[in-house]
Design a protein around this ligand. Sequence first.
Ligand code: SF4
Length: 483
Amino acid sequence: MSHTTQNTHTLQFVPGAEFKRRAAEVVANPFLRKSFRGAMDFLMAKRAAQFPDPELLERQRSLAEHIRRYSLSRLPQLLEQLEANLVKNGVKVHWAETPDEANAIILDICRRHDTKLMVKGKSMVSEEVELNHAMHDAGIDALESDMGEYIVQLAGEKPSHIIMPAIHKTKQQIAELFAEKVPGVSYTEDVDALIQIGRDVLRKKFMEAEVGLSGVNFAVAETGTLCLVENEGNGRMCTTVPNVHIAITGIEKVVEKLEHVVPLYGLLTRSATGQAITTYFNVITGPRRAGEKDGPQEMHLVLVDNGRTQAFADEQMRQTLQCIRCGACMNHCPVYTRIGGHAYGTTYPGPIGEIISPHMMGLAATHVLPGASTLCGACGEVCPVKIPIPDLLIRLREEATHDAKPGHAPLVGQGAGKTAFASLAYKGFAFLYSRPALYRLFAWTATRFRFLTPAKQAGWTDSRTPLKPAAKSLRDLLAERRR
Ligand code: SF4
């Protein structure tokens, strides 16, 4: 059997053209909508139960925001300090500006160790750089060992949620998948039995793999420590059993001190899965030392940029990098909870994906995503590090439809969402609203001739009632009141 040689590159990462079609497909599927709703309600309730005191939560969020902002304000220095201390601890540090560079670095390490099998702990950055795809092309099996990731890999899909990758799948679908793809397994809907099947397969693979790969939740500069948060123990297996451990993460994950990790960790687990603490919290300080019984002989850290420095360079956009990837903004988003993750076509879906993907993939490919929000503000309210997501969405909408302002460096894909019709409409509004006499005439005419409003209005009336001027303008109403 080969669990791992399938190509998992099944989603086209061009969401601009495909987003509406994919979203419409899910919205038209009552079964999927119901299962998303149920899963999100469950997660929202679990999170809420962890934060019974709003004032305490506010203080915790402020502290977490402060730590993340402080870390980012010293990002270049902290990264240098992290590298120096990791090297001191025996870890080889690599810098990758692009996904291709990250994959080439990892491939090179794998080749030097004659790797046939890599076991992977959960890592969204490895998804972001499409590592499995690169490994597959190089003839190396990259096996996901997180249960949710294992399921989506078997199905040839991408994760639909950053914390719960297979949340879009029912137990019946997983039962069918295991019966079809795992040799010797018969159909069972018993969840414990399904988990045991996965564990049996994976346990053997940990022993066979030459390389283990993991993500990183927090990288501590002062001590050169990598922290890994997980529930299944597979992360610890990936980082300790194979002879080589490769950790991969974004450059923004660095914090200065170990004591900065504690408040962030507490908010991460509570916001993500409603747990006060995860089953495992791994603190990794280098490869196996003399006299130690386990651990890898060799350890690497790949620090990935992939557009993060673009966000870092802009004071407002930099707030995007405060993210600790808890997924709470997704669970509370009225758009994500109706369309799920695959519709977005990006590694990071939902509100966090809408603000981070434009930096990673450019606005040309992602300019519709910041528009996939009602701006209700729920994402910003639940974000444990207080990222003002709605403000960033509005800013990105503007950047997508305008050229860069003088003195500002353009974002990649700046202005890609600009259309001749929209430009004309904005100019028309600006012209009208800056001329009071003309605006009064417009309001008078629009209210008197509202019966001429077309019943069909391009795009808008596909799912809404037509926009129609009010029977009386505000000016008329105020004049009436004064009489
Ligand atoms: S933006 Fe905030 S709520 Fe969303 S994943 Fe990041 S930390 Fe969590």
